[in-house]
Design a protein around this ligand. Structure first.
Ligand SMILES: O=C(O)[C@H](O)[C@@H](O)[C@H](O)[C@H](O)COP(=O)(O)O
Length: 254
């Protein structure tokens, strides 16, 4: 099947997904560091942080060049078991002798979602606006998961946040998946990234993966992530998750 340019690239891996993902991340890191001396990345929660395990003890990772943000975060204390930051510390950053610069939400604003999300947007502006003077930040890489309902970040099906175009960070207090109070990057930020990579594993993702990639016209939240040129969208999936997928798969080599 012929795919138009800039179509998502789907890598379906029988084994070694974490290793392929690490190779991909390192290539993005090296390109970014060579060009700008830094690497800006946004991470999600769920099973994603565990998939980053091949970065631990990898001497090619230039942690001192990384600027880490969260693609979405729950409005809970940083050490709460629901915190995506806490999860990333447990799975990855806490295992490193020299962790990178990590931009967490400001826990002093947990009781005010509007201030919490505005403060996180300020954090992004401090990192991106003076350097790129862009209308939207251009992340070098955003790593996302998907829910079985097709949500990504904290962008849930039929939610009003799907229509937000004018802010970088938005908040919600009615997430269908607990906890209800969260902040999230918005589509304009996701779609201005240089690279976005989804990671999905397991048979529980097979139906929704086919819905997202084979039927983008259904408009599930994850289908609406389509970085504008020259941005590129990638999928790293295992065989169980891609079992029902018609969309063409590419072989992974880097
Ligand atoms: O904030 C959240 O609720 C999670 O970050 C969520 O968006 C997660 O990424 C997906 O639900 C995929 O989760 P799994 O990777 O665990 O399937």
């Amino acid at each position: 099947m012929h795919q138009p340019p800039n179509s998502p690239i789907v890598y379906s891996l029988r084994t070694g997904l974490s290793s392929a993902l690490a190779t991909f991340i390192l290539k993005a890191q090296d390109e970014s560091v060579n060009k700008k001396g830094r690497f800006t990345i946004a991470l999600s929660g769920g099973s994603l942080p565990q998939q980053l395990k091949d970065l631990i003890d990898n001497p090619r990772v230039k942690w001192d060049k990384w600027q880490v943000f969260y693609a979405d975060e729950r409005a809970v204390p940083l050490d709460d078991q629901d915190s995506n930051h806490n999860l990333c510390m447990t799975e990855l950053f806490g295992k490193l002798p020299n962790p990178p610069a990590i931009h967490t939400l400001d826990p002093t604003h947990l009781d005010n979602l509007e201030m919490l999300s505005a403060a996180y947007e300020e954090e992004l502006i401090r990192e991106f606006a003076p350097k790129d003077s862009a209308r939207f930040p251009v992340f070098d890489l955003i790593l996302l998961g998907i829910g079985s309902d097709g949500h990504t970040c904290s962008l849930f099906p039929n939610h009003q946040l799907l229509a937000v175009e004018d802010t970088w960070v938005a908040y919600l207090d009615d997430s269908p998946k607990p906890p209800p109070k969260r902040i999230t990057l918005t589509y304009p930020v996701l779609n201005h990234a240089a690279r976005v990579a989804f990671v999905a594993t397991g048979e529980g993702k097979a139906d929704v993966l086919s819905m997202i990639l084979d039927h983008p016209e259904k408009g599930l939240p994850a289908s609406r992530v389509r970085p504008v040129h020259p941005g590129q969208l990638y999928w790293f999936v295992d065989e169980s998750a891609s079992a029902k997928l018609q969309y063409p798969k590419s072989s992974f080599s880097m």
